[in-house]
Design a protein around this ligand. Structure first.
Ligand SMILES: *[C@@H]1O[C@H](CO)[C@@H](O)[C@H](O)[C@H]1NC(C)=O
Ligand SMILES: *[C@@H]1O[C@H](CO)[C@@H](O)[C@H](O)[C@H]1NC(C)=O
Ligand SMILES: *[C@@H]1O[C@H](CO)[C@@H](O)[C@H](O)[C@H]1NC(C)=O
Ligand SMILES: *[C@@H]1O[C@H](CO)[C@@H](O)[C@H](O)[C@H]1NC(C)=O
Ligand SMILES: *[C@@H]1O[C@H](CO)[C@@H](O)[C@H](O)[C@H]1NC(C)=O
Ligand SMILES: *[C@@H]1O[C@H](CO)[C@@H](O)[C@H](O)[C@H]1NC(C)=O
Ligand SMILES: *[C@@H]1O[C@H](CO)[C@@H](O)[C@H](O)[C@H]1NC(C)=O
Ligand SMILES: *[C@@H]1O[C@H](CO)[C@@H](O)[C@H](O)[C@H]1NC(C)=O
Ligand SMILES: *[C@@H]1O[C@H](CO)[C@@H](O)[C@H](O)[C@H]1NC(C)=O
Length: 366
């Protein structure tokens, strides 16, 4: 089995990756965005040159902590500029950012950026990230030059959010940026409700892409990571725009949908991810047919997870975003692997495709 791992910029958990098995709406600009560049001095906002998003200093959201600049030699070519400063919390077991003006009952995406950059001369730190009273994520930062993003999609329980950094006596908590994006009360991310939030595990754009895609291509500023296509897969793309139905529950950006992968030679696509047991994961797969199929052509496939049939005879729609949503879980125990197979059905004469993929773990809120 050959493994293929995602660029490890996204997540903390060491086992995160997505591998392949070889023989394997228009939203008004930045409306509902709060973009905070933590550790930035002064009171002047700036516009990010890459995304055009306006970032503000963090002083009005928190009154504890110390501002630092990172050692610039740790910056990579594509490190976001927000990583250059951070706020660190040597005192207090729990330091919280409070964001007011939240619409109770609406859905929000909340994302933290953590870039250590050797600011304190140390190389590792472990602390917890909480959303209000709820544990969100264990932060275990061992690599100073990686931007770690942590993201949650949640329903506001209140008219404010508090994002807290909790000291567990394993180093000084810190944060580089905090971003909040209003999703609203729409059907987008139906699986998020008052009791269940979704914590991002992976969100990848399949096919040939030059860079990660986020705002303004994505109205909610989700980050769609590029994924290096393994040799057993081939890149395909559409010269025609991909449409999204009104009420579509995912609103994947057209530019993400316009590229995809298909097997180089096989009649199946296989990939896997390593997971925690006792946790429910939602897996969303996004598809669009690029070819105007003739009467004799047929692209249909089954989706199997660990050899169990989950979806049968799925057929992507021509130039229209089509989705598969499924959940996987396992009894408590050790680590588990979920093997996915998109397998062409016997009456299909075209191989499967995959345009984009999202994986989330479910976080029940108190
Ligand atoms: C930032 O962009 C906004 C529009 O999004 C514009 O109104 C504002 O003048 C810009 N600010 C700077 C400092 O360029
Ligand atoms: C942390 O606490 C120490 C001791 O009370 C104090 O001297 C220091 O100023 C505090 N630092 C911050 C950033 O609050
Ligand atoms: C943090 O990550 C390191 C390296 O992956 C690992 O050895 C260590 O056990 C982790 N610590 C915690 C508290 O999970
Ligand atoms: C709502 O926020 C207020 C402070 O803004 C806080 O006192 C209260 O505990 C919060 N309620 C919940 C359910 O989090
Ligand atoms: C949230 O969704 C889960 C899973 O679909 C469901 O079991 C639960 O009852 C829902 N909670 C609410 C408050 O709707
Ligand atoms: C696919 O098949 C062709 C022709 O048999 C072969 O030349 C090529 O190396 C194969 N590609 C892969 C990735 O297996
Ligand atoms: C899109 O696909 C065509 C063939 O269908 C190919 O010639 C072209 O290079 C591809 N473009 C990109 C950006 O991948
Ligand atoms: C996943 O696939 C690999 C390689 O074929 C295999 O070794 C492993 O046992 C499979 N895992 C499960 C849970 O089916
Ligand atoms: C994939 O489909 C073929 C028929 O097209 C079938 O023979 C094969 O057993 C299927 N593989 C799996 C893993 O279901």
């Amino acid at each position: 089995m050959a493994g293929y791992s995602c660029k490890p910029v996204h997540k903390m958990r060491s086992l995160i990756f997505l591998g392949f098995l070889a023989v394997a709406l228009q939203v008004n600009a930045q409306q509902g965005f709060v973009s905070i560049d933590c550790g930035m001095d002064g009171s002047t906002s700036y516009n990010d040159t890459v995304t055009g998003i306006t970032y503000e200093p963090d002083a009005k959201y928190i009154n504890s902590g110390v501002n630092y600049k990172i050692n610039k030699k740790y910056l990579q070519e594509d490190t976001p500029v927000q990583a250059e400063t951070l706020r660190s919390f040597p005192n207090g077991s729990r330091n919280c950012y409070t964001i007011n003006g939240i619409i109770q009952g609406d859905k929000y995406l909340i994302r933290g950026l953590f870039f250590h950059g050797n600011y304190d001369g140390l190389t590792s730190v472990v602390f917890e990230l909480h959303l209000g009273m709820n544990f969100w994520q264990l932060m275990n930062i061992t690599e100073p030059s990686y931007p770690f993003w942590e993201e949650i999609i949640t329903v506001a329980q209140n008219n404010s959010f508090s994002v807290c950094l909790v000291n567990i006596n394993s180093g000084t908590p810190f944060i580089s940026a905090l971003e909040l994006r209003h999703i609203g009360s729409t059907d987008v991310y139906k699986d998020v409700n008052q009791t269940n939030s979704l914590v991002l595990y992976a969100r990848v754009n399949m096919g040939d892409a030059a860079k990660d895609i986020r705002y303004p291509d994505d109205a909610y500023d989700r980050i769609w990571q590029l994924y290096i296509t393994p040799t057993v897969w081939a890149d395909i793309n559409s010269s025609q725009p991909i449409q999204t139905s009104p009420g579509d529950a995912f609103q994947v950006p057209a530019v993400v949908m316009a590229t995809a992968v298909t097997p180089a030679n096989d009649t199946y696509l296989k990939f896997y991810f390593g997971a925690d047991t006792g946790v429910v994961y939602y897996v969303y797969m996004h598809f669009a047919e690029f070819d105007a199929l003739s009467q004799t052509e047929n692209r249909m496939f089954d989706v199997l997870v660990n050899d169990e049939l989950k979806v049968s005879s799925f057929k992507p729609e021509y130039l229209l975003s089509t989705h598969i949503s499924l959940s996987v879980t396992s009894a408590l125990g050790t680590e588990v692997t979920y093997n996915f197979t998109l397998n062409s059905t016997s009456d299909s004469n075209l191989p499967p495709i995959l345009n984009a993929l999202e994986i989330y773990s479910v976080l029940p809120l108190q």
